[in-house]
Design a protein around this ligand. Structure first.
Ligand SMILES: Cc1cc2nc3c(=O)[nH]c(=O)nc-3n(C[C@H](O)[C@H](O)[C@H](O)COP(=O)(O)O)c2cc1C
Length: 189
């Protein structure tokens, strides 16, 4: 099982990173291979909207630290998308990478099933953390789920809500949920 973990937060050991690692550490214990991308440490631009990926190439034509991460998505069985909610959306580092995933979609079809350039059969874990009450950012979960489904992902969500603002705030119950999900997906292999 090949897992790509995209960590959107600047906090190396913040809430989303710790929950993400509970998932990936458990998966590794069950034999998975994990490639982690701490997006905040990488140099990349947001999508330029140049449409080079739909005209002169079938990949993003920018060449930067996002390039190998985008390429890896073709080979992943599970992609973990982890980000804090900032002002009612994902944080900027995550969103800039997400926009670059435009290059993984086809635009020359009206067939919903054929939009994705990624091979089928992949699972996405959408992991969002925030301080507001549980349902406060359901719209974010719904929007990202809908776009991840365009790529053909089966989407599983892990939302940690009602957290304190400090990076070291207790997320124990969510660590447990991430561990349980990893075990479920690894056993289903
Ligand atoms: C710039 C900024 C904007 C934020 N906006 C929101 C928000 O709209 N809703 C919310 O519930 N929490 C918001 N938060 C709180 C973070 O989502 C919360 O602290 C989260 O757990 C951080 O995750 P991390 O530890 O993985 O970075 C915001 C925090 C920052 C720094």
């Amino acid at each position: 099982m090949n897992i790509v973990s995209l960590l959107g937060s600047a906090r190396k050991n913040g809430t989303s990173a710790r929950i993400a690692r509970a998932f990936t550490d458990t998966a590794v214990a069950y034999g998975a291979t994990v490639t982690e991308y701490p997006l905040n440490t990488m140099q990349y631009r947001g999508c330029q909207g140049c449409e080079g990926c739909h005209t002169r190439s079938d990949r993003c034509v920018l060449r930067d630290d996002a390039t190998p991460a985008l390429d890896q998505l073709y080979h992943a069985d599970i992609v973990l998308f982890a980000a804090p909610v900032y002002f009612g959306d994902t944080c900027g580092q995550f969103k800039s990478f997400y926009d670059r995933m435009w290059s993984l979609l086809r635009t020359d079809t009206d067939d919903d099933e054929a939009y994705s350039r990624l091979p089928p059969g992949k699972t996405a874990i959408l992991l969002l953390t925030h301080v507001d009450r549980a349902a406060a950012h359901d719209d974010v979960v719904e929007r990202y789920t809908r776009t991840l489904e365009l790529y053909g992902f089966t989407v599983r969500t892990l939302t940690a809500a009602g957290l304190l603002l400090q990076p070291n705030t207790d997320v124990d119950s969510y660590l447990q949920a991430a561990t349980v999900l990893a075990r479920e997906l690894m056993r289903a292999e």
